[in-house]
Design a protein around this ligand. Structure first.
Ligand SMILES: Nc1nc2c(ncn2[C@@H]2O[C@H](COP(=O)(O)OP(=O)(O)O)[C@@H](O)[C@H]2O)c(=O)[nH]1
Ligand SMILES: [Mg+2]
Length: 312
């Protein structure tokens, strides 16, 4: 069995035989908790992740850190600044740190992150912390694959509730107002609490209406508030389990993962249809306006589907 680091690299490259290995690991896994930390660049997510990891290590938990940051310069497979922020953690055998950059393909990032979680889970990691910049659909997909999502805000980024604009409000299970040492932090906490008290979020699934999203303030640089944040994350998980909402969440995670993979399989077939000659004929028909592109697309999908049933 390859090491975790090697396993993740193999999965990223899609090396032959990796799918079978991952399938076995997946079936034997399911113990680790996955926590997403998201927010704009510079809000202190990496510093916060390091602070959380220290709290978790002090409790005796093993920690995996996946930093997904398309903006940070990557050097030797790791994000340089994060290595420095996490330098005390890198020598700890109970901590695994890995950076992942955006892959070109649709859904590639959430797929790579999910495979990495499978590998970490199999290695006996208790908690995986995934850091993402909450921007694209890929990042939102990564957060959808977490048990608990922490949205990080800071004071002084224009209006108090930047997360609202970024569409992050809906995905938060826990709010963290970091850089509480800077002026305006209390105002952000107050604004968020007020907003959250207006009622349940429209996007919250019905079985999660009972969860009241807490707002925790932190000074990540000093580790201040990290205990309280870890507690809020624990509380959310305990609530998911006690309320039974965990089943809906794990179901949603499975649905997202299956659809993402199915989409890739379909795309591969669409880009490289086994029946190349048939596809060429469709293209010719469109070029000469004998049929329209939608009819041709339907024809292509029908061919791919036909191929799929033949193979199964
Ligand atoms: N004043 C202050 N600065 C912080 C705090 N947490 C992080 N920073 C600083 O904010 C900058 C961005 O931090 P980083 O963790 O890289 O943010 P990320 O881009 O969200 O991962 C760094 O210079 C940190 O030292 C904090 O609680 N207070
Ligand atoms: Mg970062």
């Amino acid at each position: 069995m390859p090491s975790v680091a090697r396993m993740i690299s193999l999965a990223e490259k899609g090396t032959n035989g990796t799918a079978e290995l991952l399938a076995d690991l997946f079936k034997a896994g399911g113990r680790c908790r996955v926590v997403g930390i998201t927010g704009s660049a510079g809000t202190g997510k990496s510093t916060l992740v390091a602070a959380l990891a220290r709290v978790l290590r002090a409790r005796g938990s093993t920690v995996g850190i996946l930093a997904i940051d398309p903006t940070s310069p990557i050097s030797g497979g790791s994000i340089l600044g994060d290595r420095i922020r996490m330098s005390d953690l890198t020598g700890d055998p109970g901590v695994f740190i890995r950076s992942m950059a955006t892959r070109g393909s649709l859904g590639g990032l959430s797929r790579a992150a999910a495979d990495a979680v499978t590998a970490l889970d199999a290695a006996g990691i208790d908690v995986v912390l995934i850091e993402t910049v909450g921007v694209g659909q890929d990042e939102v997909d990564v957060m959808a694959a977490c048990h608990t999502t922490v949205v990080v805000c800071v004071p002084g980024l224009g209006d108090g509730v930047q997360a609202l604009k970024a569409g992050l409000l809906e995905i938060a299970d826990v709010y963290c107002v970091n850089k509480a040492d800077l002026p305006g932090a209390d105002g952000v906490v107050r604004d968020l609490r007020q907003l959250l008290s207006l009622g349940t979020l429209p996007s919250q699934p019905p079985d999660e209406h009972g969860w009241k999203v807490p707002v925790v303030s932190t000074v990540a640089l000093q580790g201040q508030g990290a205990e309280a944040l870890a507690q809020a994350i624990d509380d959310h998980h305990a609530w998911l389990v006690a309320s039974g909402a965990i089943h809906g969440r794990e179901r949603a995670m499975a649905v997202a993962r299956i659809r993402n993979l199915a989409l890739r399989l379909l795309l591969e077939d669409l880009e490289d249809p086994s029946d190349g000659a048939g596809f060429d004929a469709l293209v010719e028909d469109v070029v000469h306006r004998r049929i329209d592109p939608l009819t041709a697309a339907r024809g292509l999908v029908a061919r791919v589907r036909g191929g799929a049933t033949e193979r199964s």
